[in-house]
Design a protein around this ligand. Structure first.
Ligand SMILES: NC(=O)c1ccc[n+]([C@@H]2O[C@H](COP(=O)([O-])OP(=O)(O)OC[C@H]3O[C@@H](n4cnc5c(N)ncnc54)[C@H](OP(=O)(O)O)[C@@H]3O)[C@@H](O)[C@H]2O)c1
Length: 277
């Protein structure tokens, strides 16, 4: 892992930021190109980190990041953390093609497109692509129908592509459980979300990811209780039913808050109308 040229996407906060800081803590001469939409939020980490602004939900954004990486790293990217992503937390009951496309563009299409770009960039040289998937890419929960769909898609993609990929490109996938990041602010449009249990600190995830990459792991599960819980839920299905039931309650409370908010806005509009009359 020493003296590597590394791209980290979604580096301004949460899991991406923790991965970047963990890589920097190793102080091994590696350099990082840190990407997100608002690179000014990344902060100053000195010469080892080059911040870069791009919208990774677009082809232009991903192309621009590769062009920048080739410029900064003299044409060699050794490690690529495809981490930027975002959730929706909602009751899925609407017809909105663009909204559906938006989450897939960032969480799925860009990540798949990155695979091809990176493979061509490597042109036979060794490299490693790391996908931040999610525990939700293996177990979908109420409120996260679209988000889980984007992550299940990535789980399927990596499974098939591993058997096609030339040996020079290694793929690692990360499956975090709920992690205390901006995720739970943006998902509900700034409204309070109750995360699924258990909840981890992003620093723990960052440490587990870098350790897993050091050990050349193909699949990284940062939460130690996740895999045993998965087995337990398969062996004793009522445990899974209880868990899902608790998540349904959280979604019900969330939807009630959204509806109360909407009613408040409508009441307010009516009041303004009355006043104007
Ligand atoms: N937190 C969790 O519970 C959890 C659990 C499992 C998996 N994950 C996955 O972990 C990854 C990171 O999420 P996080 O929890 O660390 O969330 P976060 O704190 O909200 O970080 C998201 C990062 O992605 C960047 N980003 C968002 N939209 C972007 C875009 N269109 N183009 C470029 N960059 C963009 C954000 O920066 P800008 O806003 O400046 O663009 C930020 O740096 C995601 O793939 C998420 O699905 C999270």
């Amino acid at each position: 892992m020493s003296h590597k040229n590394i791209v980290v996407t979604g580096a301004s906060s949460g899991i991406g930021k923790s991965i970047m800081e963990e890589l920097l803590a190793k102080n091994d001469g590696s350099r990082i190109l840190a990407a997100c939409r608002h690179a000014e939020k990344i902060g100053d980490y000195g010469e080892r980190v080059v911040p870069f602004s791009c919208d990774l939900s677009t082809k232009e954004g991903v192309d621009a990041l590769f062009a920048k990486a080739e410029e900064v790293f003299d044409g060699q990217i050794d490690l690529y953390f495809c981490n930027a992503g975002a959730p929706y937390y909602e009751r899925f009951d609407y017809e909105d093609w663009d909204r559906i496309s938006r989450i897939f563009d960032l969480n799925t299409v860009a990540h798949i497109y990155t695979y091809s770009k990176y493979l061509h960039h490597l042109n036979g040289r060794p490299g490693r692509l790391v996908y931040t998937i999610s525990a939700m890419g293996e177990m979908a929960l109420p409120g996260y129908a679209l988000y889980a769909a984007t992550k299940f898609a990535m789980k399927g993609f990596q499974q098939a592509i591993r058997d096609e990929t030339p040996e020079n490109l290694q793929i690692s996938c990360v499956y975090p459980v709920s992690t205390k990041t901006n995720f739970f602010n943006v998902g509900g449009g700034g409204r309070k979300m109750e995360p699924p249990f258990p909840v981890q600190a992003p620093e723990k995830v960052g440490k587990a990811v870098v350790k897993g990459i050091d050990k050349l792991k193909k699949h990284i599960y940062p939460c130690p209780v996740y895999l045993p819980s998965k087995v337990l839920m398969n062996v004793v299905p009522p445990v899974k039913s209880l868990y899902v039931y608790a998540q349904k309650g959280k979604l019900r409370r969330f939807v009630k808050r959204v509806e109360a908010e909407k009613r408040g806005v409508i009441e307010d509009i009516k009041l303004q109308h009355e006043i104007r009359k």
